[in-house]
Design a protein around this ligand. Structure first.
Ligand code: FAD
Length: 476
């Protein structure tokens, strides 16, 4: 291989069509947060450019619910919620069974509150604290979102903040090649435009914010074989370029088998059914009308569990009380409008509607009612006593398990600098969000709700700050 160009990486010192101080690949939550932070640290004179493959930036950020966990925010204080970075770090590690990289977990937790408060106070993002229910594994209320409770609203708010900050985003440009100099440092990138033309952009420093490899079937098969046949529910742009380039550059990859799954995507309607329904008393049953897991373990690990049921499907079962809660979620309303909701006056009616054996669902509901009344222990270990039992009439939604996004990626240090296989920074290459390793460890069960946007926002900000320092150091 000596002397041959590596895939996606080639040597070039120039000339470039244009050169900037800080170049960012990807205009999702991570890239936009990084750009805002870089502008703040590097100042008005620094040239900062975001390259985005889509004509209209959306990313997985827009597909998400936009819920971001953070500890010690002004919104928590206003609501009287006591939370600390240590508590958040402990919850992250408890969910990851202690297998997430501790220094990164602690850094992300420590920066989470100030990142949200900064976006709120300095950039006008109207965050609210989500109340009413706790997601699995979170010990206090700490989910922050836009009032619309959608990732699309978060993406729009970040784009608005970037516009207000005068940041340049060049869209419709897919970066396919990284350029290095003779010393191995990144000198620029090449991007293919939709019309087939090319832009070669030089840079002093590069931030990869182009998310993970969930949309790359070959990489998923290689690193996460259990989800090779599963529905992929993230953005098409998650093609894994960051790890492909990084691998070619000699970067270390970490936690590559980790991912965010979800055990309740309405099928075939393709809409997210919030796990809040499970946390508040809903259950998941298979085509035999039986439960098959502790739903409170978390939604991520439910993805392979649901997919190991017949037809890779299960049914979310709720009642009128939970239906009212569900209708607070725009995604659920979309699923309902698309005809995903199956309602029945009684357990036996629901059995008939879903084609279950007579008495199968009634037996499951009896067991749940017994566990709820404290007469028997749930065989899967779920505590039913804290929420009311399900009451007729019932509602069901057919769901499948999906891959949302990958949690492995480029190994980074606490300043978001990409590390080589000896643990040394590669130089002027940074990565964050889905492009870098996350804080979920190497297993699907390690994903604590919100770990995705948590790292996109906090590490995006850290990467932007670091790039700003690198640019300023170069200028002075
Ligand atoms: C259905 C769903 C629900 C979710 N809900 C939540 C939630 O509530 N809370 C949470 O924390 N996480 C959630 N997540 C995960 C969350 O969406 C991601 O962790 C987060 O959006 C990652 O942000 P990012 O900026 O790294 O990536 P993205 O938002 O995907 O942005 C990456 C951008 O890079 C662009 N890009 C990619 N490759 C290139 C290239 N070669 N050249 C130029 N541009 C490129 C893409 O087009 C994209 O715009 C959810 C995910 C899904 C799919």
């Amino acid at each position: 291989m000596s002397g041959e160009p590596l895939p996606g990486v080639s040597q070039r010192d120039g000339p470039f069509d244009l050169s900037v101080d800080i170049l960012i690949v990807g205009a999702g939550a991570c890239g936009l947060t990084a750009a805002l932070a870089a502008r703040e640290v590097a100042g008005e004179d620094a040239e900062i450019l975001v390259l985005e493959r889509d004509r209209s930036p959306s990313g997985s950020t827009s597909l998400s619910s936009g819920f971001i966990p953070a500890a010690g925010t002004t919104m928590q204080r206003a609501a009287g919620v006591r939370d600390t970075p240590e508590m958040l770090a402990a919850d992250i590690q408890a969910k990851a069974h202690g297998r997430a990289y501790s220094p990164l977990v602690n850094r992300v937790a420590a920066e989470s509150g100030s990142a949200i408060t900064w976006l709120h106070q300095d950039h006008g993002l109207p965050f609210i604290l989500i109340d009413g229910f706790l997601y699995p594994g979170h010990s206090v209320l700490r989910m922050h979102a836009m009032p619309e409770r959608t990732g699309a609203a978060l993406q729009a708010a970040l784009l608005g903040a970037a516009a207000n900050a005068g940041l340049d985003i060049a869209t419709g440009l897919q970066v396919d090649t990284l350029f290095t100099g003779a010393d191995g440092r990144i000198t620029g990138v090449s991007a293919l435009a939709h019309d087939g033309s090319r832009q070669n952009v030089g840079c002093g420093c590069l931030i990869l914010a182009c998310n993970g490899y969930g949309g790359n079937a070959a990489l998923v098969k290689q690193h996460i074989p259990e989800m090779a046949d599963a529905l992929y529910f993230g953005h098409d742009g998650n093609q894994g370029e960051a790890v492909i380039w990084g691998d070619a550059l000699g970067a270390c990859l970490a936690d590559m088998s980790g991912y965010q799954g979800h055990g309740s995507v309405a099928h075939p309607h393709g809409a997210l059914i919030s796990w809040a329904l499970m946390m508040e008393g809903g259950i998941l049953v298979n085509a035999a009308g039986a439960r098959f897991s502790n739903e409170h373990d978390g939604y991520s690990e439910q993805a392979p569990r649901v997919n190991s049921q017949p037809d890779q499907c299960a049914y979310v079962l709720i009642d009128d009380r939970l239906l009212a809660l569900a209708r607070d979620f725009p995604d659920f309303c979309g699923a309902e409008q698309a005809g995903a909701l199956i309602s029945a006056a009684s357990a036996s009616d629901m059995e008939a509607r879903l084609g279950f054996d007579t008495g199968a669902l009634a037996a499951t509901l009896d067991q749940v009612a017994s566990a709820q009344a404290g007469r028997q222990t749930d065989s899967f270990g779920r505590d039913f006593t804290t929420k009311p039992a399900l009451q007729a009439p019932f509602h069901a939604i057919r769901v499948t398990g999906a891959l949302f996004h990958t949690q492995g990626g480029l190994d980074i240090n606490l300043d978001a600098e990409v590390l080589d296989r000896t643990g040394q920074p590669l130089g002027n290459l940074l990565a964050a969000g889905g492009a870098a390793r996350g804080v979920s460890g190497p297993d699907v069960s390690g994903y604590l709700s919100g770990n995705g946007l948590l790292t996109a926002i906090t590490l995006g900000r850290i990467a932007g700050q670091r790039a700003g320092i690198l640019a300023t150091t170069k200028q002075s």
